[in-house]
Ligand binder design. Structure first.
Ligand SMILES: C[C@H](N)C(=O)N[C@H](CCC(=O)O)C(=O)O
Ligand SMILES: [Mg+2]
Length: 366
């Protein structure tokens, strides 16, 4: 099975409600879809969102990185040589992690198709059902409480509460939501870099003193502020998770050695796809550090790859934030992973199992 062509499409899917964080507000998924075609007629699917405030990637940069740097190296490559191909992708250009992720996901999809096995089995196998949280966008307090109750009524047992806008209001937001859903759902906070280290310690100690039990707090401080992250981790009981602070395996080793965070959020769009995400999970397992698998504003194309990885690495990826498809107004994918509210199920269809993507706008070939 040899790669003959790499093509692009633009996929637009409205969100059920606007997604609001300390960094940005989004109301529609607008992602680049990559299809890799082979001499056997098989097609592999990948997807990349343009999450510029986090990865620096834009639609233009994703297309350009693939068209000019990645695609020329891959045409003619044999899918069976997976490690050679992932090396070519990772070495084609610096950074551009979302472009690399989209291409790697499509290659891994084809790798599973080549051997007639679902991706999670190619990655080591596991229990095919996992459970995700649901994100509650940052908003005024009454709306966040109502959204949280609605999510719990839909069966979500873990909520990821977006904060990081105003420290005083954030404390009140979390207290109000905790009082409304206590005993029915675990709460995770994600400040998306919105606090200073001192503010984070103040907020978390205040919540701890008030009896608010949080499962974890994600990225309280600026991505580059590793000392600030460690300052917070050292001073609160609540587990602290690094998200925007860590993209690849080298950063993860530094972070673990510093003991700057307790948990690591792996996202394929930060790691550049599955190969380095696997490395991170293996490093974390060696050090006994837990991981979450997360996503950006993505549909069930690229999130499917993250699900297969989570299933295969459930020994270390113990927390799941793969709610991108649940935030979408509809699922544009025929086949693939089954997203049913909090429950996510992988099937035994080869690769990612995607048969077709509806509503894909064609862009020029790579
Ligand atoms: C969608 C997911 N639950 C999430 O919250 N991801 C954000 C970043 C998403 C974005 O801004 O596109 C995160 O974990 O920071
Ligand atoms: Mg985050």
């Amino acid at each position: 099975m040899k790669i003959t062509d790499i093509r692009f499409g633009m996929l637009r899917v409205p969100l059920k409600t606007p997604f609001k964080t300390a960094l940005r507000t989004v109301d529609t998924v607008e992602d680049i879809v990559v299809t890799i075609h082979t001499d056997t007629g098989h097609v592999g699917y990948g997807e990349a969102p343009a999450t510029a405030p986090i990865t620096g990637d834009t639609h233009g940069s994703i297309v350009e990185a693939i068209r000019k740097f990645i695609s020329p190296r891959l045409i003619g490559q044999e899918i069976a040589n997976l490690n050679r191909i992932t090396g070519l992708i990772q070495g084609a250009i610096e950074k551009n992690s979302s472009a690399k992720a989209a291409v790697e996901i499509a290659v891994y999809d084809l790798f599973g198709q080549l051997y007639g096995a679902p991706l999670y089995k190619m990655l080591g196998g596991g229990d095919p059902v996992i459970t995700t949280d649901l994100t509650i966008s940052v908003d005024y307090i009454e709306k966040m409480v109502a959204d949280s109750i609605a999510a719990v009524d839909r069966g979500f047992e873990s909520l990821k509460i977006k904060v990081g806008k105003d420290i005083g209001v954030d404390i009140e937001r979390v207290k109000a939501i905790y009082a409304a859903v206590e005993g029915r759902a675990l709460l995770r906070l994600d400040a998306n870099q919105g606090w200073t280290a001192k503010q984070a310690v103040y907020a978390l100690q205040t919540l701890e003193d008030a009896g608010v039990r949080l499962e974890l707090v994600e990225q309280p401080v600026k991505a580059q502020d590793l000392e600030g992250l460690k300052y917070v981790t050292d001073r609160v009981h609540t587990p602290i998770m690094a998200d925007e602070s860590v993209f690849g395996p080298v950063e993860v080793i530094d972070l673990i050695r510093m003991r700057a965070a307790d948990i690591i959020n792996i996202k394929l769009m930060k790691t550049g796809g599955l190969s380095k995400a696997i490395q991170i999970a293996d490093i974390a397992a060696m050090y006994g550090v837990e991981c979450m698998i997360g996503c950006m504003i993505e549909t069930s194309i690229s999130v499917a790859a993250a699900v297969h990885l989570a299933v295969a690495k459930s020994n270390v990826i113990t927390k799941v934030d793969l709610d991108g498809p649940s935030l979408c107004a509809f699922n544009p994918v025929d086949g693939g992973v089954i997203f049913n509210e909090s429950e996510i199920t992988v099937t035994d269809a080869p690769g990612l199992g995607i048969r077709e993507i509806r509503g894909l706008e064609t862009l020029a070939a790579a």
